[in-house]
Design a protein around this ligand. Sequence first.
Ligand SMILES: O=P(O)(O)OC[C@H]1O[C@H](OP(=O)(O)OP(=O)(O)O)[C@H](O)[C@@H]1O
Ligand code: HPA
Length: 194
Amino acid sequence: MRVLLNETQLLDGVRQLAAKIDEHYQGRPLTVVAVMTGSVVLFADLIRMLSMPLRVGVIQASSYRGGVKAGELAVDTDMLLDLQGRDVLLVDDIFDTGRTLERLTKIVQDRGAQSVQSAMLLRKQRTHDVPIRPDFVAFEIPDEFVVGYGLDYRDMYRNLPYLAILDEDEIARTSETHAAAKPIDPQAVASGNG
Ligand SMILES: O=P(O)(O)OC[C@H]1O[C@H](OP(=O)(O)OP(=O)(O)O)[C@H](O)[C@@H]1O
Ligand code: HPA
């Protein structure tokens, strides 16, 4: 694992992101929507640095289940708050293919938001699959799989306070561990044979 951005660099980046957002909205009330789960750490830091009156909501989007490549995108809007006539800012950890942001922007527009913008901690330097781009970005990063500060590989590493590149051999090793792990049989555990 190679550290790409340490704790201090991340917080400086988030501070600058907040300043750009503050400057854009000029104190107008804002509804910020966290794209779960990856944005959880960024979101907690960012909203405490913003100065305008805030409403806070969440939406869940998931397409990297168990791997480093995007699969089918599943979106859960059950916990999304009312967006009718609101200025909405989607907050996510990374813009990679761009498909998550494209889909969520459409959902927010369909809910009657007055405006939709997006803030990302990271944008990968790669060809994106969609025409849409994030409005506020803290860091441009190389096209490598990264973990930490909310970002995961197979639901691990989100709690790292820094951002790191996960090397190919570490990805392969973790994949093998998962393939070898047997699901627990609750009956065997109950009978003492588990
Ligand atoms: O630009 P894209 O290629 O669409 O990738 C970006 C999305 O991928 C990650 O979510 P993931 O699907 O891994 O779910 P998670 O937030 O639960 O980790 C990340 O948090 C973004 O939401
Ligand atoms: O590089 C990444 N790391 C973790 N999650 C991701 N989701 C999209 N790209 C990435």
